[in-house]
Design a binder for this molecule. Sequence first.
Ligand code: NAD
Length: 479
Amino acid sequence: MEKQRIVVAPGDGIGPEITSAVLRILEAAGAPLEYDHIEIGQSVYAQGITSGVPTDAWAAIRRSGCLLKGPVTTPLGKGFKSVNVTIRKTLNLFANIRPCKAYSPSVASAHPGMNLVIVRENEEDLYAGIEHRQTPEVTQILKLITRPGTENIIRYAFEYARAYNRRKVTCMTKDNIMKLTDGLFHQVFEEVAAEYPEIASDHQIIDIGAARLAANPEIFDVIVTLNLYGDVLSDIAAQLAGSVGFASSSNIGHDCAMFEAVHGSAPDIAGKGVANPSGLLVAATQMLVHLGHGSVAETIKNAWLCTLEDGIHTADIYREQLSTQKVGTAGFTDAVIERLGRKPRQLEAVQYENKPIKIARRPTPPTVKELVGVDVFLDWDEDGRDPNVLGPRLAAAAIEGVELTLITNRGVKVYPDGIPETFCTDHWRCRFKSSGAPLAYTDVVRLLHSITEHGFEVIKTENLYTFDGQQGFSMGQGE
Ligand code: NAD
């Protein structure tokens, strides 16, 4: 079989030790792979490359489309970018897949029946990192949710369920509050779920869903969610499985993919030969399935399960009652290699079919978009911050055909008909709407000019659109 070239970045801390252990097992199992080794992280930061990834490394990753990555120490201090986030976003690795399974009774877990997968959107949401300080009192971040990004991740979750014979996909959002952003994610979930009638689906509000996950992880199969929720949920789930050291993650894009352990570079044990290589090894088996080498992945994973079952454990999972032998990285690696070709007796053996998951990019359907108003945000700290003073003064600044309909503070309606108990900061959202026909953007410019002439400080605006006649903006609380 022709060998496939992949890129290996050992990283730092325990990275080089666990990477060479994993490569030794891949070699012994006959994985049809060849490797380009690249450096990322600490040694690269030291050369003054603040992204932590040198230019020739990008070329190698793009050529091969596949990166096996050891953990990287994130330098303290400003000016350095996280290698992980940079790689994910630069290569459009939109799906983060984290299986969380208990290996009970061989490894202690409070939830022996737990076997779930978290499919986390990996690029959007608050992680777009668009933040501003707008007034002396107020900072903001933009939460961006796109239809193509959402379709990609949700389709990936269903395709994953299909490929790995999973029965149910649960979507978690907070769309009872964030009706447009999380609402889009939920809506696309319903649309895509209908294309997979053989897979059960449900939606849970993230807070109650997370509580259920913490109490009863056994009831979940595949969970698909937005970036921030997925970040939090996947750490909780890995911890619940009882084996953060085993947790692995794949970061999948249309053209490239990256596979890594969930844990960090563990500087406290680096160089001591005691690190558990399991997280990166399980990531490597995910990589083999992704590359279409399911049978090699199966051989390795089953040998690894046998090793756990035989009680041959590294210090992080060693328990006197469950373990038979405490080994270091090399001893554990030898034990896995000795067991290649064997199947576990007590733990469930794995079986992988070669069903690579491909998600097609789909165009967004055309819509009729009309400008019907504008939210004008002001920094205003006069007259005791009384909205009943601000309202009439601002209404007088409106241009013909446009009227002030609402003022909110921190999203709560304070004018007209606010109540004095509502706390007001120096940051005001003032909603102007067309009283008749749709507006042109030049109308907004004239309005802003007039508001400025009336002595107000505009800090930003958001256009109010309808799409096919549907309102593309939320109401104020109390509106
Ligand atoms: P860590 O995961 O490196 O270590 C936490 C604890 O778990 C330590 O006690 C460590 O000894 C232990 N541990 C971790 N992996 C182990 C293994 N394979 N075998 C045995 N014990 C293991 O977390 P941290 O100390 O918070 O982070 C260290 C550095 O790693 C930081 O710079 C952090 O930013 C970075 N980090 C990188 C990644 C990544 O590259 N994907 C992920 C998380 C953290």
